[in-house]
Structures are given as C-alpha cells and as structure tokens.
Ligand binder design. Structure first.
Ligand SMILES: [Ca+2]
Ligand SMILES: [Ca+2]
Length: 93
C-alpha cells in the first residue's frame, strides 16, 4: 500500500478469526481500523511539520499513559517511548 497525502485517513475493513478465550476462536469477526497517513511520524497535528504543538500533544498523551504514546509498542509507556519521540522529532522524521 502506498502512502497518500499527509493526514489522509484509510479505513481498512477485514474479517478474521479472533481468540475469544484460550484455544477458542470465532469463525469470523469483522474488524475495522483507522490508519492516518503521517509523512512525518511525530507530526501529530498533521500540519506537515514536526513543530512545538506536536511536543505538547505527545507529552499530554505520555502523561496520561495513552496507548498512542507507546512508541516502542511494548505495551508500556515509559522513558524509552519519550526517547523515541525526541529522537524522531530532532531528526524531523
Ligand atoms: Ca505538526
Ligand atoms: Ca513503550
């Protein structure tokens, strides 16, 4: 899938088995996710730039331990995630 314009939202819908309890799977569950195209990973307000409002936005998510702040995708929000954000922000990626 190619990335679209910054801020574009994509809503893929798919059917897959879901584990209801250990070893018990559904025959088909419909899932929908929203993907937001970010040409810069830390451009959280989608204005096309890594800028100070993105820092404020991230720190609010970080302070609230929201899943969106888990940049290392390890299920925890901690200083490792903050390091990833700062490194990406400073590199402009
Ligand atoms: Ca921004
Ligand atoms: Ca993490």
């Amino acid at each position: 899938m190619a990335a679209g314009p910054n801020g574009q939202r994509i809503d893929p819908v798919y059917i897959a088995a879901k584990e209801l309890s250990p070893g018990v799977w559904s025959s088909g569950t419909c899932f929908m996710h929203q993907i937001v195209v970010r040409n810069c990973a830390v451009d959280l307000n989608l204005n096309g730039l890594a800028d100070p409002p993105d820092i404020e936005w991230y720190l609010e998510d970080f302070a609230a331990s929201l899943p969106e702040a888990d940049l290392t995708t390890d299920g925890m929000v901690n200083s490792d995630d903050l390091d990833v954000f700062v490194e990406a922000y400073l590199s402009g990626e």
